[in-house]
Ligand binder design. Structure first.
Ligand SMILES: [Zn+2]
Length: 189
């Protein structure tokens, strides 16, 4: 069976069964837990984010805490040392097993979509989704995180969900992940 087709069926099934109230927030692995370095500085978003932008890290996938923690520390270092940003660029990151990791967190201006960071939050799927199909666990975690953002008032109730490629000349978040975004609520291409 075509894995892409299989994934699509899984996602649609999950969506139709998705009856949890908006207040259900996923468990988020804290920065302390994954060993994040302190940010150089943080700017607060002035309002609830109007857009949620989905990214991929374009590196390796990770499964299990230890593998993911190493990956997260590596990404933070890339962003802070090599790109000179104040912190890891994304607000949140999602692992293949559906684990959600705190990046900059809610209400903080990210560094993920140049020119668009002041009214958006950035969520990155860990892996390279030009070659890899996102798991239904990861997609479901992202969906729950978005609902949680609205419930907590950090995301505007009518927020637009976009892929990075909708706002910049980039392949991000990879074609196999981008294809799946259309099955999520609020998707706007
Ligand atoms: Zn991106």
């Amino acid at each position: 069976m075509d894995p892409k087709k299989q994934e699509k069926t899984t996602v649609e099934t999950t969506a139709s069964q998705n009856a949890e109230p908006a207040g259900m927030c996923p468990m988020v692995v804290s920065r302390e837990r994954w060993g994040a370095a302190a940010p150089r500085s943080r700017d607060r978003l002035t309002d609830a984010a109007k857009r949620a932008v989905i990214h991929h890290t374009a590196l390796w996938p990770c499964t299990g805490p230890q593998q993911c923690f190493v990956q997260l520390q590596h990404i933070q270092k890339l962003h802070m040392v090599h790109r000179g940003w104040d912190d890891i660029g994304y607000n949140f990151l999602v692992g293949e097993d559906g684990s959600v990791f705190e990046g900059r967190g809610w209400g903080i201006v990210g560094a993920h979509t140049k020119g668009n960071n002041h009214d958006s939050i950035g969520i990155a799927f860990i892996g390279d989704f030009n070659n890899q199909v996102p798991t239904s666990a990861a997609l479901s975690a992202a969906r729950q995180l978005l609902q949680c953002g609205v419930a907590l008032g950090h995301l505007h109730p009518t927020y637009a969900l976009l892929g990075h490629r909708d706002l910049a000349d980039t392949e991000c978040p990879g074609k196999l992940l981008y294809t799946q975004l259309q099955f999520l609520n609020h998707f706007t291409d």
